[in-house]
Design a binder for this molecule. Structure first.
Ligand code: UDP
Ligand code: MG
Length: 320
């Protein structure tokens, strides 16, 4: 990168969605914080995830005043993870900093987060917030996601990724080589490295009075993504469950036939329990089918090379 002298370059990657009123403050804070330390320089890659508001206009106006501010406009709303990966394609820095666009990330604590990664002891550092300022379904969704990640991806128990993360360049480079749809952020990081530090700090309120961009639907699809990405274990669990229920049903049937043969006069009770079993087992089957369908759909989308994202236009990016 053509930075003055040999400064360490920090690449800030910001997915932007409904943040026309906050992105400017986020930008100003980055500039202020980085200028505190002379041996660092910044570049900012702001990715507009096809936001319904005027944030792109805002990004253009910031980019026009600062060549280090690079803006990317996506054609479709692809979700936070893909927007971040899209941003990773344009980084030049030694370290990559992920932050949100709504002024919630305490960017003033940047140096605290950078420390463990620069020391060489860790490849990634994530903020660890004590109090969550999020809707209950978002908290629930991320908690379930984290526990799935723990069980399926051998994620360390205490580990929990927040929206403020610093990583070495190679981690982001490795992550962006994932070109399929449905990237799962935590999973991608953990595939690359397990040397992850957690740095306690306080999350701020949103910089505007808008609510979260994560509707219930988006949170649920994040959760479903975490459940099925990178692992066939859920599918195996449901196969095992399905077989157990089928076997139990078969044995039950045999028992009933034998009893009927031994004492034909006996009146079989338990119509309701049989109904219950039918309901239960057909429920399990549907669950299994649903899971299979989910994987199948992903395979289908992946083999069709459906692009993760499409860039409509960029600012301050002058590669080829
Ligand atoms: N985001 C995005 N696409 C979306 C929804 C959100 O890129 O469809 C980004 C958003 O710009 C922000 C981050 O994801 O940088 C977190 O969004 P938000 O602040 O709305 O969620 P929360 O703070 O509740 O996690
Ligand atoms: Mg937020």
């Amino acid at each position: 990168m053509m930075t003055e002298s040999n400064k360490t370059l920090l690449s800030f990657v910001i997915p932007c969605y409904r943040s026309e009123h906050t992105i400017e403050a986020v930008y100003r804070e980055i500039v202020d914080v980085v200028s505190e330390n002379e041996s660092y320089d910044y570049e900012i890659i702001a990715v507009n995830d096809c936001s319904p508001d005027q944030v792109w206009t805002k990004l253009i106006s910031i980019a026009d005043g600062d060549p280090k501010f690079k803006a990317i406009n996506l054609v479709r709303n692809c979700g936070k993870n893909i927007a971040i990966l899209a941003g990773y394609h344009f980084i030049h820095g030694d370290y990559v900093v992920n932050i949100d666009d709504d002024y919630q990330c305490p960017v003033n604590e940047l140096w605290k987060l950078l420390g463990p990664v620069e020391s060489g002891q860790y490849d990634v550092a994530t903020a660890q917030y004590a109090v969550k300022k999020e809707s209950w379904w978002k908290v629930l969704g991320s908690r379930i996601n984290a526990s799935v990640a723990r069980n399926l991806l051998d994620m360390p128990k205490e580990l929990f990724f927040e929206n403020f993360v610093v990583m070495k360049r190679f981690v982001a480079d490795e992550m962006r080589s994932y070109i399929n749809p449905y990237p799962y952020f935590e999973g991608l990081i953990l595939k690359v490295t397990k040397k992850i530090a957690m740095v306690p700090m306080q999350e701020r309120e949103r910089g505007d009075d808008q609510g979260t961009g994560f509707t219930f639907r988006k949170s649920f699809s994040m959760f479903a993504n975490g459940l099925t990405a990178f692992s066939v274990k859920p599918l195996r669990i449901s196969t095992v469950l399905g077989s157990v229920f089928a076997l139990a049903g078969f044995i039950w049937m045999v028992v009933i036939i034998i009893r009927k043969l031994i004492s034909p006069a006996e009146i079989m009770e338990g119509y309701s329990s049989i109904m219950a079993i039918i309901l239960f087992s057909s429920g399990c089957i549907m669950l299994m089918l649903g899971l299979i369908g989910e994987y199948l759909g992903r395979i289908y989308i992946s083999i069709n090379h459906y692009p993760q994202y499409t860039v409509r236009e960029t600012r301050n990016i002058n590669e080829e």
